[in-house]
Design a protein around this ligand. Structure first.
Ligand code: GAL
Length: 683
């Protein structure tokens, strides 16, 4: 079994608990424990923003209040995840050490306040948090209830202070091996006379400074990731030095664009993240919101493919920071929680247990409202999920497996976003999401991975808009296809090296023309109301189907590739838009234009058939996943529609939630879920 933590062989259910806000109300603290038990809560996250209570005055510490609470929780069967409080600074610290406050992109230092805005380079800040973390390790490290450290909170943002500037210069000096000429070459600084004579001249991309050098912008983002990761590591090191056996996480914020989560994920033991979708909004279907969330879970799961992840935060009712904060519909609570487990989570965590009386989050949803009663809809919904999670105990430690990988890469995302030209409608993230959704609708699991990840075992590798290719990646791709793998790439593939210098000799560059058997002579960027078509000859070669394309159209010059689709309009009507090249034992598909989802699905179906991937017949609005371990297989079906949905050809098994035997046909009620433990794999 791949349990997420050695001690934990059951699904975790709980969330952020802020007892420090209620220390003058022992009645409430006692009631909390009773109600947690009633709500089937077995874990809480503590201390995330407790610095000013731990250390009200510099050097004077107080941890007893939390020790008492943790003892009490543990005696009542509730584990603790303990945060380090670096996410928000006490007033005394900013007053005495203003250098700990972050400097914004305009070069101006923040005032005291808010959160998530410390300078991650500041030696003073690192020193102060190291002292505090050492106390945490010493006081709580051996507590029986402690199962996980939670570093800071949703690390993010950038700092433009002088200290960070100098660290950026050092980072560049290391990267370019002290060779300023090389940096100038890679950043192409002769353009507009931007050459640097020394590393000391280089500044971060201040708002009113140098924002036009793509290489600089990209290196700044890499630096920020490195610096934030370095800060996080400095906290981890303290904890691990003092406490060996407790694993470490940090809570990611969805697909936050400012930090390369692939880099950060390497440094933590367990992946956890915070999910706050706008359920039941007025601009998309419920299943669209759900499928988007499944993509987010997919990215998180894929960071560590050998372990479940944790849903650290989600709201039990509404949030307070969306433009409109609708109540979470009763059925959605169950659906979204079980969806997370279907996608590989072994914990459902909420923000928050009890609403605070005042300040910024006083109207943020919680298990317990200001009303203070447990006979509420939200409390019942939460309790029900807790019960379901108990029934799903056998699923704990099982994993999702996939025959398909897709590259979704932060460096590539940054480079595409910064690219000046072509079209405003670059939509890298949306394009990846759309591909994922096609696979999900067809019941085909997909790992979402970086360029560094191993992809040798997949039958298919999907490479949407792989504009920036890291060193060595093209060779790995060619190797993979030579050995029988299949890749599918699109317009905007292989334009630049890792520092955004264009490849010469045509796109796709870096040796990829050989793989795809073509080169691109030009790329047309269409206006939003323009469109073209791609006509694909069907198997019989007698008739064809046509799909709409928008935004990007490559003008393709095939060399060895076979043309499978041609443009229908404009001056390039009749020229190739879709090709395939057989390379070694494998195949390399190239999609030269942004084809609509129907077109992509048509193409994928053809590919799946060729390479032996079997799609599943799923009714519209149904999400399907499979988790398994050495002994058992669990199938998840989630219905996001207001209709009963029938699914045929169901393998024999037991519904883990109701205990009923299932075979052949499954009927799922509107907004309901079914988790089946398959019989043939039962012990
Ligand atoms: C998260 C954050 C929590 C809380 C929550 C509200 O992003 O980590 O501390 O603010 O949002 O939705």
């Amino acid at each position: 079994m791949n349990y997420v933590m050695p001690k934990i062989d059951k699904m975790l259910h709980g969330g952020d608990y802020n007892p420090e806000q209620w220390l003058d109300r022992p009645d409430i603290l006692n009631e909390d424990i009773e109600l947690m038990k009633k709500a089937n809560v077995n874990v809480v996250t503590l201390g995330v923003f407790s610095w000013s209570v731990y250390e009200p005055v510099e050097g004077e510490f107080n941890f007893q209040w939390l020790l008492n609470i943790m003892d009490n929780l543990y005696e009542n069967g509730i584990y603790a995840i303990l945060g380090t409080p670096s996410g928000a600074r006490p007033a005394w610290l900013d007053e005495k050490y203003p250098e700990a406050m972050r400097v914004a992109k305009n070069g101006v230092r923040n005032h005291h306040g808010l959160r998530h805005n410390f300078c991650m380079s500041s030696p003073k800040y690192r020193e102060k948090i190291a002292i505090l973390d050492t106390h945490l390790a010493n006081n709580f490290g051996s507590h029986k209830g402690l199962i996980l450290w939670h570093i800071s909170n949703e690390l993010g943002g950038e700092c433009y202070c002088n200290h960070c500037k100098h660290r950026f210069q050092e980072f560049l000096r290391n990267k370019y091996e002290n060779d300023i000429k090389e940096l100038n070459q890679q950043w192409w600084t002769t353009f507009w006379s931007h050459q640097y004579q020394s590393f000391e001249q280089i500044e971060p991309p201040y708002q009113n400074g140098e924002t036009t050098i793509h290489g600089l912008n990209l290196d700044w983002k890499r630096f920020t990731t490195w610096n934030m990761t370095d800060f996080m590591k400095s906290e981890i090191e303290i904890l691990k030095k003092n406490v060996l056996e407790v694993p470490v996480t940090t809570n990611f914020m969805r697909l936050y664009n400012g930090l390369d989560y692939y880099e950060m994920a390497k440094e933590i033991d367990i992946i956890s993240w915070d999910s706050y979708p706008a359920w039941n909004n007025d601009y998309e279907s419920l299943s669209k919101t759900a499928f988007d969330t499944a993509f987010d879970h997919g990215v998180m799961r894929s960071f560590k493919r050998d372990k479940p992840f944790l849903l650290m935060e989600s709201t039990p009712s509404q949030v307070n920071w969306h433009p409109f904060n609708k109540l979470k519909r009763p059925e959605i609570h169950k659906l979204s929680c079980i969806q997370a487990t279907a996608c590989g989570a072994d914990m459902i965590g909420y923000f928050q247990w009890r609403k605070g009386r005042g300040s910024f989050e006083q109207y943020h949803g919680a298990v317990l409202d200001h009303l203070g009663r447990s006979d509420t809809r939200v409390f019942r919904d939460v309790t029900e999920v807790g019960e379901l999670l108990k029934k799903m105990e056998p699923v704990t430690g099982s994993l999702l497996k996939s025959e398909v990988g897709m590259i979704f890469d932060w460096n590539n995302r940054w480079a595409i976003e910064d690219l000046a030209g072509l079209s405003k409608n670059k939509k890298y993230e949306d394009t990846c999401r759309n591909q994922y959704e096609i696979f999900l609708r067809n019941g085909i699991e997909m790992d979402i991975i970086s360029q560094e990840a191993d992809f040798s075992e997949y039958k298919l590798l999907v490479l949407p808009m792989l504009y920036l290719i890291k060193p060595g990646y093209s060779n790995r791709l060619k190797d993979y296809v030579k050995k029988g793998g299949t890749v599918i790439a699109t317009y905007l593939t292989g334009y630049v090296n890792e520092n955004t210098l264009c490849h010469l000799g045509g796109f796709p560059g870096d040796g990829l023309q050989e793989l795809f058997g073509l080169y691109i002579e030009e790329i047309d960027s269409l206006y939003p109301n323009d469109s073209n078509g791609v006509s694909i000859l069907m198997n019989s070669h007698q008739s064809s189907v046509t799909f709409s394309v928008s935004d990007f159209c490559d003008i393709i010059k095939p060399q060895d590739a076979t043309v499978i689709g041609r443009y229908t309009k404009d001056f390039y009507a009749g020229t190739p838009a879709l090709t395939v090249n057989s390379y070694g034992d494998g195949m390399a598909y190239y999609v030269g234009a942004r084809m609509d989802e129907k077109g992509m699905e048509y193409l994928y179906q053809k590919i799946w058939k060729e390479i032996g991937i079997t799609p599943k017949q799923l009714p519209e609005g149904i999400e399907y996943h499979v988790r398994s371990n050495e002994e058992d297989t669990f199938e998840f079906y989630l219905n996001y529609t207001n209709e009963v949905k029938n699914i045929m050809d169901i393998s024999e098994g037991t519904n883990l939630i109701t205990g009923e035997k299932i075979s052949q046909e499954l009927s799922i009620n509107p907004y309901d879920v079914t988790v089946i433990k398959l019989t043939n794999t039962e012990k």
